[in-house]
Every structure is written in structure tokens, then in C-alpha cells.
Design a protein around this ligand. Structure first.
Ligand code: DC
Length: 234
């Protein structure tokens, strides 16, 4: 890898659930010494806050009002050696693992479909983006949040492969769920995420599409770094 200064203040990565985009994004950020921002944590945190507050998550007005009141932040994983990619803070509390439960998975697509919630989260994501040197991962980063990002990647994999990965994660976290249930959930979330009215999941017109089915994360990251250095040539 050459050591010329990176002229890519924001790298936008989008893709469906469990496509490997977060793992790839985190490693890429590490490699480039960029901040890693997994924007899904924000929608998960709104969902968690709503559940804790006993709000009916179908109540769009209440969920939207709540989303504007939350203090959301991320910190590097630091000394935590529990497999986290970063530390997610909700009103100052470490909620990293509380955001990864099946209950949050089951409700987050609904919460993230609310235009008012999205507007609030996009505003916060852009503020992170303006700090520069960020690898930002989500569903609408290249299309809506950071449409001017100089490098946009759309990372995908077959539904079966994504369900296998999620199943493995669940096993490691001690949540029992059958592969069939997880596959059905992956497909259900794909359907909601790509058919919602506001900012549906889709690649930006100028995104590079990367299918991770059958490839290791290390290979994919190496490939992206290669693309970066090619693009970086004067
Ligand atoms: O990437 P994830 O599984 O943590 O995302 C959780 C949910 O949030 C998922 O239903 C899609 C939604 N999301 C979104 O709509 N836009 C983003 N930029 C990030 C996540």
C-alpha cells in the first residue's frame, strides 16, 4: 500500500443486513486510521429507547419525538475484548450489546421506516461526516446522507449466505434461533428496507458493487484498498 495522503474524507458503504459491510467497513477504517461509523446503531438505539420507555413502536409521532431527544455517540472499542466493533452510547450508557438482541432486530425496520426519525438521524450522521476521515456504513449513505462521498461501495451477498453469518453470530452471542427463522427474518428486513418510501436501500448510481458471497473479509478489504490506491494515482 502506498503512503500518499488519503484524499477521501468519507467512504460510504451501503448494503443489506448481514452482508459483511460492517466488518469490511471497520477493517477498512482501521487500515486507513479513519473513524468507523455504523449508522444502523442509531436506529437500533432509538428502538431500544422506545422499548425501554414503554412506547408503542407503531406510534410514529411518539417514536419520532423520542428520537430527537436522544444523545447518541460512538467510541472506539478500546480495551473491551468482547468482540465489539465499537462502543455505542445512548444517553452516555454503553448499550453496545443491548442493541444486538432479537427484539431489536424484530423492531428496528419499523422504527427506521419513519421519515421523521430518518431526518433526525441523517442530520446527526452528516455531523459525523463533516469531521472527515470517516468510513460510514448504512443503507442510504451513498444515496442520501453523503451523496458527495468520493468513494461509495455497495456490499452485498446472497440471502442464504447472510443468514448463515447471522446464525453464527447469534450462536456466539448465546441466542438460540433456527437457520430458517433467521433466513426468513433476513428476507423480511430486505423487503422492508428496500421497499420503504423514504430512502429505500439501493446502490448509488456511482457505487462500486461488491458481492462478498464466498470471499473472505480480508480479501475484500485488500481489494478495496487496491481500488483506493488505483483511484488515488494522479
Ligand atoms: O445495519 P443494521 O442491521 O444495524 O441496521 C438496523 C436497521 O436500521 C435496518 O433495519 C436498516 C436500518 N438502517 C437504515 O435504514 N439506514 C441506515 N443508514 C442504517 C440502518
Amino acid at each position: 500500500m502506498n503512503n500518499a495522503p488519503i484524499t477521501y474524507p468519507v467512504i460510504a458503504i451501503d448494503g443489506p443486513a448481514a452482508s459483511g459491510k460492517s466488518t469490511v467497513g471497520r477493517l477498512l477504517a482501521e487500515e486507513l486510521d479513519f473513524l468507523f461509523l455504523d449508522t444502523g446503531f442509531m436506529y437500533r438505539a432509538v428502538t431500544l429507547a422506545g422499548l425501554r420507555a414503554g412506547i408503542d413502536l407503531r406510534d410514529e409521532t411518539a417514536v419520532t419525538a423520542l428520537s430527537a431527544q436522544l444523545n447518541l455517540d460512538v467510541q472506539p472499542a478500546g480495551k473491551n475484548e468482547d468482540g465489539r466493533h465499537y462502543t455505542a452510547l445512548l444517553n452516555g450508557e454503553d448499550v453496545t450489546w443491548a442493541l444486538r438482541t432479537p427484539e431489536i432486530d424484530a423492531n428496528v425496520s419499523l422504527v427506521s421506516s419513519y421519515p421523521g426519525v430518518r431526518q433526525e438521524m441523517v442530520k446527526r450522521q452528516r455531523a459525523f461526516g463533516q469531521r472527515g476521515q470517516v468510513v460510514m456504513v448504512g443503507r442510504d449513505i451513498g444515496t442520501v446522507v453523503m451523496p458527495d462521498a468520493p468513494l461509495k461501495l455497495y456490499i452485498t451477498a446472497s440471502a442464504a449466505e447472510r443468514a448463515r453469518r447471522r446464525w453464527r453470530d447469534r450462536q456466539q452471542q448465546g441466542h438460540a434461533a433456527s437457520f430458517e427463522e433467521i433466513l426468513a427474518d433476513v428476507k423480511r428486513r430486505d423487503d422492508i428496507d428496500s421497499h420503504r418510501e423514504v430512502s429505500p436501500l439501493r446502490p448509488a448510481d456511482d457505487a462500486i458493487i461488491i458481492d462478498t458471497t464466498g470471499h473472505t473479509v480480508a480479501d475484500i478489504v485488500a481489494d478495496i484498498i487496491k481500488k483506493l490506491s488505483v483511484i488515488r494515482e494522479p
